[in-house]
Design a binder for this molecule. Structure first.
Ligand SMILES: Nc1ncnc2c1ncn2[C@@H]1O[C@H](COP(=O)(O)OP(=O)(O)O)[C@@H](O)[C@H]1O
Ligand SMILES: O=C(O)C1=C[C@@H](OP(=O)(O)O)[C@@H](O)[C@H](O)C1
Ligand SMILES: [Mg+2]
Length: 163
């Protein structure tokens, strides 16, 4: 069984994904990292040079090329913009739900996310919230610390999916 993490940019998908994979003894994949490896470019560079449509096409391709079992895959926040991506995600889809003001504080010193140059997190959340719920098999809050979220998520996966 594979586990996909979805949610807003800065929600903690990459961070929680790494911890979850380690604790479950699964292999960790970050989809943004796969796109960077394939294109030999950083995500922000890819956005700047070729635009969002090209990035989304690369993102879909990287998603469709995932093979294997016992994987934790952290996706980028915009994977849900294309609802047909859901069919490419064969596994449990977990929505990492984090309060927007907490995200703002947490990503203040992070690398700049290209989409947030032109749009507020709040607007992005309003646009995408229903899509996240549409994709999700499970929803877990990441408003607490990393250990709390990971422990809660493992407990839910065991309860609801016999992991
Ligand atoms: N539970 C948490 N508590 C505090 N900081 C967190 C937590 N989860 C993630 N972070 C921090 O928030 C930022 C965004 O996390 P990241 O994993 O990159 O999010 P995403 O992959 O969803 O964009 C990082 O600086 C990360 O260290
Ligand atoms: O929300 C988005 O559209 C994006 C989120 C980013 O990933 P994170 O969600 O890991 O920040 C990255 O894929 C790209 O900048 C686009
Ligand atoms: Mg990430």
């Amino acid at each position: 069984m594979n586990i996909y993490l979805i949610g807003m940019p800065g929600a903690g998908k990459t961070t929680i994904g790494k911890h979850l994979a380690k604790q479950l003894n699964y292999t960790f994949i970050d989809l943004d990292h796969e796109i960077e490896r394939n294109s030999l470019m950083f995500i922000d560079e890819l956005f700047e040079k070729y635009g969002e449509a090209t990035f989304r096409a690369q993102e879909k391709k990287a998603l469709s090329e995932i093979r294997g079992d016992h994987l934790v895959i952290s996706t980028g926040g915009g994977i849900v913009k294309d609802r047909t991506n859901k069919a490419l995600m064969n596994g449990i889809k977990v929505y990492i739900d984090t309060d927007i003001t907490l995200i703002e504080d947490r990503i203040e010193h992070d690398y700049p996310r290209p989409l947030l140059k032109n749009k507020s997190l709040d607007t992005l959340y309003q646009e995408r919230m229903l899509n996240y719920v549409f994709f999700a098999d499970l929803i877990v809050s990441n408003d607490g610390n990393i250990e709390q979220t990971t422990t809660k998520l493992i407990q839910l996966l065991k309860e609801k999916f016999n992991l």
